[in-house]
Design a protein around this ligand. Structure first.
Ligand code: ADP
Length: 742
């Protein structure tokens, strides 16, 4: 296709070139024809002039010869001096090519001596007739007058050449001036060939005027052809024409005798041939114009016309070709651009279709996710980075409408605190404490408990887990919360707690009476005589007492456990500084008292500045007491306990407390386990306990929306930590103080 177009460009260019060149040629031909017409006219005029000149000159020459012959004939007694005088009159005349004039007589071989003698007598001193060959009639020059040459030798035999013989014969026959055919003059025959010219003689008969009119001889004039031409026609040629003179040769043909050549390049131009009558003969003059000089034939204009035309045509052709190529290039670029555009469109279509299928896939997934989220019996809600509710599943909506909550989007978690309370069921849940907003600010919320209250229905207990949502590049996008309704579970737990409480309470009374009776028995036994006492198994009484004590602790713990679960929370601002100091005092007072007598090791307890928390004071006290109790209990035998109680920076909403000891530590894989009820790790080591303490702690802390856990203390031992809702911000300037028991 492209090749075809390129070919068509070439074809057009060629066409333009051909047409242009043809037109140029045509125009140049027209100019040339005009020029030729002009030139022909001019040439014809010049030819006519040349023809007339040659004819006129030959006539003049013939006239001169004729007059000389007449004058010679008029001499009665023709003497050498007479001929010299008569012929000398010719010298001043302009007779180009004429080399000499001579008086010629004929003689048979026998007559030669007589003729010689006679003409010697007439003044031709020393004349010697040199007969050439043997022929019936010889023609001898007797007197010779030079016109151009210096040479005047007489006595030559002209019959040596056929041409003069014919001319003399014809002149004698006709009585007219006769011109010979061309030949090389006898006197020139000893010259080098290059210097020999075709020549002719003009012969006029000389009659005896005084006597009987008989033929006395001839006057002949020798004319060298080239010299004649040069003299006569050089000016006529003007260098613009080549001129060739053809005259008769011996065989009757016309042969070139002389020429005037311009020396210029010959043109295939105009040729003229004209005949010039010379005596009884006809000469032929040939003219051929020369390109450069004959004005009409000057091809300059033609060449200019042709060259300009050709140049314009070629330029035009080149332009056509260039345009065609430019067009080709432009078309090529257009084709390329079109192809690129097409590819681009294809790519875009593909991208669009991918996008569409991705969108469909996404919509499908979203739908699937919605279906999943709507199928489950937990509440799922999400908010954006500003805390505005963006998603809510069916379960949430259902619960919402069951409770008759106002239907605004954010009514539940961020906009309607009246409907929410802390897990205690009474403390209104402030907006910033809702799990979604806490997750936004804290990162995550694990297992926060709260209650939601409806107008006509019983309140529900919710356990919430919330997480921040971030984009791929880490920007905060919002948060999501999953809340399970644990109302039922809490109900069971309460019942169980109540049951345990009742059981524990019911067990406590008989156990107390057992303990009382043991004391009574022990006292009664003490009063018995020694021999009788020794027969009684009194040591068993001690063991019974220890069992009673252990059972009593277990019951206490069970009661505490049930309280932790079932007691209605009564949050207040709790000053942890004071609370911890009290617990430490209680825990270590008896040690201080006993230290002097038993020599037991006194613990070292450091308490840093602690914040105020919003919590149930009694339950929190129980937690702190449990943890400090464990820290004092689980130490290596013979080592003084060392405890650090400090607050570490938590979030603004939660306070974080750490209780670190230097005790026996907890293996890493057991750190979650110990919070389960009845888990005891150090049974064999003789540490007493029920395995309920930490489980009670977890219960209490989580009911407050906080967390509890344990890590290894870098200095050895364990570090228990917990979080609780903060009330006022703790004063970081307050220095740590040491409670050292001395
Ligand atoms: P117990 O009544 O046995 O102390 P807890 O629930 O308080 O029950 O503790 C559970 C178990 O966790 C303990 O039996 C003990 O093995 C381990 N434990 C608790 N506190 C510490 C501590 N401070 N150092 C080492 N081990 C501890």
């Amino acid at each position: 296709m492209r090749q075809a177009r390129r070919r068509s460009g070439k074809v057009w260019a060629t066409l333009v070139a051909v047409v242009g060149l043809s037109a140029s040629f045509g125009a140049s031909r027209l100019v040339d024809n005009d020029a030729r017409a002009d030139a022909a006219g001019l040439m014809d005029r010049r030819v006519a002039v040349a023809q007339a000149t040659v004819a006129g000159e030959t006539r003049r020459y013939a006239g001169v010869v004729s007059q000389l012959a007449a004058a010679v004939g008029a001499q009665r007694d023709l003497r050498a001096a007479d001929f010299a005088a008569l012929s000398a009159a010719l010298r001043p005349q302009e007779l180009p090519g004429a080399s000499s004039v001579a008086f010629v007589v004929s003689a048979t071989p026998a007559q030669i001596p007589e003729v010689q003698r006679r003409w010697r007598a007439q003044g031709a001193a020393g004349l010697k007739l040199r007969a050439s060959g043997s022929r019936p009639q010889h023609l001898f020059t007797t007197f010779v007058q030079s016109l151009a040459d210096q040479e005047t030798m007489a006595g030559r035999d002209l019959s040596v050449a056929a041409e003069p013989v014919e001319a003399f014969t014809e002149a004698a026959r006709s009585g007219q001036v006769t011109v010979s055919d061309t030949y090389v003059l006898v006197k020139d025959r000893q010259l080098p060939a290059s210097q020999q010219q075709q020549s002719f003689i003009l012969v006029a008969p000389v009659y005896d005027a005084a006597g009987n009119g008989g033929l006395r001889g001839w006057v002949s004039m020798a004319v060298r052809g080239q010299a004649f031409m040069d003299g006569v026609l050089r000016s006529a040629s003007q260098g613009v024409m080549d001129i060739v003179l053809r005259a008769g040769a011996g065989d009757g043909h016309l042969v070139p005798v002389a020429s005037i050549l311009s020396g210029q390049r010959r043109a295939d131009g105009l040729v003229r041939q004209v005949s010039v009558p010379v005596a009884q003969q006809h000469w032929l003059l040939e003219f051929r114009n020369t390109t450069q000089v004959l004005p009409g034939m000057d091809t300059y204009l033609t060449a200019v016309v042709f060259n300009s035309g050709a140049l314009v045509s070629l330029l035009l052709a080149a332009l056509v070709l260039t345009l065609a190529r430019a067009r080709d290039r432009a078309l090529l670029q257009v084709a390329k651009a079109t192809a690129e555009l097409r590819t681009d469109i294809e790519r875009r279509r593909e991208a669009e279709s991918q996008l569409r299928s991705a969108r469909d896939e996404l919509a499908h997934r979203e739908q699937f996710l919605d279906e999943v989220l709507n199928a489950i019996d937990v509440m799922v809600l999400a908010c954006d980075a500003d805390g505005r509710l963006t998603h809510e599943n069916d379960y949430s909506r259902r619960l919402h409408s069951e409770l008759g909550a106002p239907g605004s989007d954010d009514a539940w978690h961020v906009g309607a605190p009246a409907w929410f309370t802390e897990a205690d069921g009474v403390t209104p849940l402030p907006r910033e404490r809702t799990p979604l907003l806490r997750a936004l600010s804290e990162g995550s919320v694990e297992g926060a408990e709260m209650m939601i209250h409806g107008a006509d229905t019983r309140p529900r207990v919710l356990l919430a887990h919330a997480r921040q949502l971030r984009t791929a590049n880490g920007a905060l996008r919002g948060a999501v919360v999953v809340c399970s309704d644990i109302t039922q579970l809490r109900e069971y737990q309460k019942q169980l707690g109540r049951f345990a409480g009742v059981v524990a309470h019911d067990l406590k009374a008989p156990l107390a009476s057992i303990g009382g009776y043991i004391e009574v028995i022990a006292d009664a036994c003490a009063e018995l005589p020694q021999d009788l006492r020794s027969r009684l198994p009194l040591p068993f009484l001690g063991k019974v007492q220890a069992g009673v004590d252990r059972m009593s602790r277990l019951i206490e713990d069970l009661l505490a456990h049930s309280t932790a679960r079932s007691a209605v929370l009564q949050p207040e601002d709790v000053d942890l500084d004071r609370l911890v100091a009290e617990v430490v005092g209680e825990r270590t007072g008896h040690l201080q008292a006993a230290a002097g007598s038993t020599g037991s090791l006194l613990p070292e307890i450091y308490v840093g500045p602690l914040p105020q928390v919003r919590a149930d004071a009694g339950l929190v006290r129980q937690v702190i007491d449990n943890l400090i109790g464990n820290a004092l209990k689980y130490v290596q035998p013979g080592k003084a306990p060392r405890i650090d109680i400090t607050a570490t920076p938590g979030s603004s909403a939660m306070a974080r407390i750490e209780i670190a000891d230097r005790g026996i530590g907890i293996p890493e894989d057991k750190r979650d386990e110990i919070f389960a009820s009845f888990t005891r790790l150090h049974l064999d080591a003789g540490y007493e306990g029920t395995g309920l303490g930490l489980s009670i702690c977890q219960e209490i802390i989580e009911r407050h929306g906080g967390h509890i856990g344990v890590t290894a203390n870098p200095g050895g031992g364990s570090c228990f930590w917990l979080t609780l809702p903060a009330s006022p911000v703790p004063d970081p300037q307050q220095p740590a103080r040491q409670l050292t028991l001395t």
